[in-house]
Design a binder for this molecule. Structure first.
Ligand SMILES: Nc1ncnc2c1ncn2[C@@H]1O[C@H](COP(=O)(O)OP(=O)(O)OP(=O)(O)O)[C@@H](O)[C@H]1O
Length: 654
């Protein structure tokens, strides 16, 4: 978490040969601790296309905001033997763009989408070290831990979300002979742009004050932006605002609009009205005056209050109900007609606000986190934070500090400032522990203590800090099996499962049609000038037949891709669906049993056969290459080319 507005500074450099910045020295030490050796091959363990698509989906908002910024940056570094890389918070490469020739060289050391560049995987490198140090980092040629990576020079900047949490890294990598001093400055400006976009989007329905001492800096990257609730409670502030206000995010959380700017929201609106469209002049706590613009964008329920639509304020279009639902789900929104889901919600409603721990089970993508958020939003704790921790995605060595926090100096040799852990961040609100089955055993004991005694001991501290959180856990594993195998503590299990509810997979739900219609409406709203989206009856029949292993996540992804392919009439037809989806449905068809309805005619088979023939032709008759491109096994291709459709049943698919 970033709670230090100065963190953006890189360390002072020294030009003496052989001199290593302290952060690089620490990183080399960590690389050794990870058991890496300098002569090792880079880690070529790259995610499959499907897993990478899931990761991109999980970082969809980051990718959407980063894409245009990366394109602009690409224009600025064109023909410099370099590339731009976007990773998620774990160092997994989501996207890369750049000079084609250099992209090829980079691929040889696994610097390409789907590879993970965390320090534990690739040793000292700018991406992994920026994540470990939470600061912009340059790693020049020889400073890379693995010899194989020493032809690179990389400049990486961490990207923080508006709550100060790391959400990814933007990196510019080039040949170490062609390093330019200005690369890091460009990368930092690009990240500031991404962070400001993320900020503006997250707080688009709230009161936002943009300010700077000098009016010419308003509207530029330098402006500070602070967001407040309509009654003046502090929500967040961007990097520049933290700097101008002289407080970290943690420090700002104790403040309000009046304690920071010396006026209430009603007075602010009066001032905006009186200013007739000119900048406002506001006074900070330190007595400095700043010029400010105010945006007061109201949630739909307040939009009818025309008195606040004044020059100097911007009123956004009413936020569509679907968008509102997605952003702040409530239990009522989740009831779309399936009796199993309705039963889950009825049970949950009975225990809400009663300090009974909840355990949500269900396959991946069935909406466990969304249900947890809805429970929080419907609970008396809704005004306090909802903090989600995915125990499976944090490296085991970091879970402890992530959850419990640490005191300054808790890490030997590292002069890291202390950090408040997730449990304390959720104080007053809800802590959602996703994939609880992946919690390492020693930490299960510590978590049990928190649940029993309601106190937290940060790492390296003798202090016990009282904490008040509602706990919701989720897992797709069978915890009872894990108890039997000795990998999950029975006492913790009984502490967590006050109420256990199971979300059904999409294929077992009876409300698929309503779900699809809702998603179509949401997607249509993001394309206002085009006809409303619909699905053909063939496609709906296919959807009903699909096993949806990725559940809502897969369906949402598919709808977005198909929506991008539709013709002018907005109807999603079979030809708009991705080939791998058609293949999956086709492969699963015989398993549907003798009484099931037939596939929607020959068209699906035709489409699958056409896709296969085209891929084989494109790859000059090379079946392996075509299979790789389509993401199916060679057997599947031979089967489709050689046999009747029914023969799928006997073959093992890959
Ligand atoms: N009822 C729903 N309607 C529409 N979209 C949904 C619904 N439930 C979940 N989603 C969407 O599906 C995706 C996955 O949901 P969520 O993260 O809640 O699932 P999960 O079960 O916690 O997944 P995992 O086990 O992989 O963490 C998210 O993008 C979420 O917005």
């Amino acid at each position: 978490m970033r709670d230090d507005p100065d963190r953006g500074d890189i360390e002072p450099a020294c030009n003496e040969p052989g001199w290593l910045a302290p952060s690089i020295q620490r990183s080399h030490e960590r690389s050794e601790t990870y058991g890496l050796s300098t002569s090792m091959r880079p880690d070529y363990d790259v995610l499959s296309a499907a897993d990478l698509a899931l990761k991109r989906e999980q970082s969809r908002i980051l990718c959407a905001h980063a894409a245009p910024v990366m394109e602009t940056l690409r224009e600025q570094i064109a023909n410099t033997q370099s590339m731009i890389v976007l990773t998620d918070a774990e160092g997994l490469i989501l996207h890369s763009i750049g000079d084609a020739e250099f992209l090829k060289r980079a691929e040889k050391v696994a610097l390409s989408p789907g590879a993970n560049w965390a320090e534990a995987r690739q040793g000292t490198n700018a991406i992994g070290t920026a994540i470990a140090e939470l600061r912009p980092t340059v790693v020049h040629g020889d400073q890379h831990y693995l010899a194989a990576n020493r032809f690179l020079t990389c400049s990486s900047v961490p990207i923080f979300d508006p709550y100060g949490e790391l959400s990814g890294v933007l990196d510019v990598t080039g040949d170490h002979h062609s390093y330019h001093q200005h690369t890091m400055a460009l990368a930092k400006m690009s990240v500031q742009l991404i962070e400001n976009h993320l900020f503006a989007t997250t707080f688009r329905t709230t009161l936002q004050i943009s300010f700077h001492e000098r009016p010419e800096f308003l509207g530029t990257l330098m402006e500070g932006i602070a967001a407040f609730t309509s009654d003046g409670r502090f929500l967040s502030a961007n990097r520049s605002a933290q700097f101008q206000l002289g407080l970290t995010l943690a420090g700002l959380r104790a403040h309000t609009l009046s304690s920071l700017f010396g006026l209430t929201s009603a007075q602010l609106i009066d001032n905006v009205r009186a200013s007739l469209g000119r900048h406002l002049s506001l006074s900070l706590r330190n007595g400095h005056s700043v010029c400010a613009n105010v945006a007061f964008r109201h949630p739909p329920s307040m939009i009818s209050d025309s008195s606040v639509t004044q020059p100097g304020t911007t009123v956004a279009r009413p936020r569509p109900i679907c968008e509102e639902r997605a952003a702040r789900p409530r239990l009522g929104h989740l009831e779309t007609g399936d009796p199993q889901v309705a039963a889950v919600i009825a049970k949950v409603r009975k225990v809400i606000g009663k300090d009974i721990p909840l355990l949500i089970t269900g396959e991946t993508g069935t909406g466990k986190e969304r249900l947890a958020q809805a429970i929080h939003n419907d609970s008396p704790r809704h005004a306090a934070p909802f903090v989600a921790v995915n125990c499976a995605s944090i490296p085991e060595s970091l879970i402890e500090s992530e959850l419990f926090g640490y005191e300054e100096g808790a890490f030997t040799g590292a002069k890291r400032k202390g950090a408040i852990g997730k449990i304390l961040q959720a104080h007053g609100g809800t802590l959602f522990l996703d994939e609880i089955g992946d919690m390492p055993s020693p930490l299960q004991v510590r978590l049990l203590r928190v649940l029993q005694e309601r106190v937290v001991n940060p790492l390296g501290s003798a202090k016990s800090i009282p904490v008040d959180v509602a706990i919701i856990c989720a897992t797709h594993r069978d915890l009872r099996d894990m108890i039997a195998q000795g990998s999950f503590r029975e006492d913790l299990y009984y502490r967590l499962n006050g109420l256990v509810v199971k979300l059904p997979p999409l294929r077992d739900r009876t409300d698929l049609r309503t779900v699809v219609e809702t998603l179509l409406r949401e997607e249509s709203l993001s394309r206002p000038s085009t006809p409303a989206l619909s699905v053909s009856s063939d496609v709906m029949a296919l959807f009903e037949r699909c096993r949806w292993p990725g559940n809502f996540r897969q369906l949402g992804n598919l709808m977005r891709t198909a929506a991008a392919m539709v013709d002018e009439d907005g109807e999603i037809r079979i030809e708009h669906l991705p080939d791998d989806f058609l293949e999956d449905v086709q492969a699963a068809a015989p398993a549907a049993g003798p009484n099931s309805t037939p596939l929607p005619g020959a068209r699906l088979q035709e489409v699958a056969a056409l896709a296969i023939a085209a891929a084989v032709a494109k790859h000059g008759g090379n079946v392996s290459a075509a299979a790789r491109a389509l993401g199916v096994s060679r057997n599947t291709i031979y089967r489709k080319m050689l046999s009747a459709p029914d023969s799928d049943a006997s073959d093992g698919d890959a």
